[in-house]
Ligand binder design. Structure first.
Ligand code: UD1
Length: 420
């Protein structure tokens, strides 16, 4: 069985660059469907979720070429509008194709994405946004049929600033006649990246990054070239790894403004963090300190995707830290695995209290989900002895080569027992 072996307790040092952002590239790949020409996407990470998106694009009739971190998508040919169940299930966020296919063809059939390891993942806000634009949505034995003779611009108020619903609404609105205004839109940096991409193709989208996004739809879009932003959650993972193991390292390629809540938390924990436009330098020495409560929230609040990662670093802090998970219902599945290393964490509903212990010890661990898996690697770096982590397919959804990146920082991290 493939395992990631990490010998902990060694300080990290060096410099490492983050790859392109998963949560940015997935909607951008879906958005290529709106283009009548060829799109060249640079800094595209080689992740299993990206491979799944490419399979969906190819199934729909696009020609896709991937070389290194560049992907070319030619959507300027006749396309089909259905995504089969098997392809939908390969990736949680495949629902993002719905808005794009609808904008392009006026008709889309996909299967219901269903729940996931973080608890139920409803798409009611996505569907409500599409309905407001004029789509008829029918649910039929797990299949979703969306039809729109014509999409028309409108006002879309979102009751929750959902990232995916905001993106789906933007994509569908590009194919609608007239102006669409999305209110209480999610403000995540990845939505700004999507706006930049669409603008490069000739779309008129403005306001991304604020809670009101305006789309003037109905314009034919051309091809274009675009570079995906650096992954802020990957950068946060490397920062937490240094915080857990100690040492000093430079993390390059992510916008430091996107890391503010993480760097502030690590600073409060006793690390020295300095940042410039696309780099952060962290120094960690001695034991971390427990923090004021960490409450996950939509951007610019503390990201739910970094909750497990920060928690892993704080398992050995002096004092306790309270975490409140406000975004997803069951996002503490990594806690039982951390407990196998000696962590003392109590979970009650959406609250987890981490009582810092003097040290963790290496253990056999299994990834429960993408960020929970990365958190195990972070904890293992700070633990005494060797850990063996399995279930690495979760980590590959969002990290191109986590063992390689950690090894570049001087960690003893290596894969055994697999094909790679
Ligand atoms: C995106 C990110 C994911 C991140 C999450 C929150 C991608 C590919 N994934 O997921 O990594 O953890 O944002 O920052 O970008 N909700 C509803 N109805 C809906 C849609 C959402 O009730 O129709 C709820 C969800 O259950 C959740 C909250 O809204 O409680 C936020 O979810 P959302 O922002 O939509 O997350 P995703 O877009 O799925």
């Amino acid at each position: 069985m493939e395992q990631l072996l990490i010998a902990g307790g060694r300080p990290l040092s060096g410099s490492v660059e983050v790859h392109g952002a998963k949560n940015s590239v997935l909607p951008i790949l879906a958005a290529t469907l709106l283009s009548g020409g060829e799109c060249m996407i640079e800094n595209c990470p080689r992740l299993s979720d990206v491979a799944a998106s490419i399979r969906i694009l190819e199934h729909l009739g696009c020609q896709v070429i991937q070389r290194g971190s560049t992907v070319w998508v030619d959507a300027g040919r006749p396309l089909r509008g259905d995504v089969p169940d098997g392809l939908m299930r390969e990736m949680r966020s495949s629902v993002i194709f719905l808005g794009a296919i609808l904008a392009r063809l006026g008709e889309a059939v996909i299967s219901y994405p269903g729940g996931c390891e973080l608890g139920p993942r409803p798409i009611d806000l996505h569907l409500e946004a599409l309905r407001r634009l004029g789509a008829e949505v029918e649910e039929d034995h797990g299949a979703l049929r969306c039809r729109a003779g014509r999409l028309t611009g409108c006002e879309i108020p979102l009751s929750i600033p959902s990232v995916g619903a905001t993106e789906n609404a933007i994509l569908a609105a590009c194919g609608a006649e007239g102006t669409t205004v999305i209110l209480n839109a999610a403000r995540e940096p990845e939505i700004v990246d999507l706006q930049r991409f669409l603008t490069a193709l000739g779309a008129r989208v403005r306001g991304a990054g604020s809670s009101t996004v305006t789309v003037e739809g109905g314009r034919p879009l051309h091809g274009g070239r675009f570079r995906v932003m650096g992954d802020r959650i990957v950068a946060s993972t490397y920062l937490a790894a240094v915080a857990a193991a100690g040492g000093e390292a430079e993390i390059r390629g992510a916008d430091w403004r996107h890391l503010a809540t993480m760097t502030a938390a690590l600073g409060e924990a006793g690390c020295r963090v300095s940042s410039g436009p696309d780099r952060a330098v962290i120094r960690a020495q001695g034991r971390l300190r427990g923090l004021r409560p960490i409450r996950t929230a939509p951007y610019p609040g503390f990201p739910t995707d970094a909750q497990a990662i920060l928690m892993a670093a704080l398992c050995t802090a002096e004092g306790a830290t309270v975490f409140v998970e406000n975004i997803f219902e069951s996002r503490y599945r990594h806690v039982d695995e951390l407990a196998r290393m000696g962590a003392d964490i109590r979970v009650e509903g959406r609250v987890a209290v981490v009582y810092g212990v003097p040290r963790l010890h290496g253990a056999r661990l299994r990834c429960t989900d993408l960020r929970g898996g990365a958190a195990l690697a972070v904890a293992a770096l700070g633990a005494e002895g060797e850990s063996a982590i399995t279930g690495l397919e979760h980590i590959r959804r969002g990290y191109e080569d986590l063992p390689g990146a950690l090894a570049a920082l001087g960690a003893e991290a290596r894969l055994t027992g697999g094909d790679t």
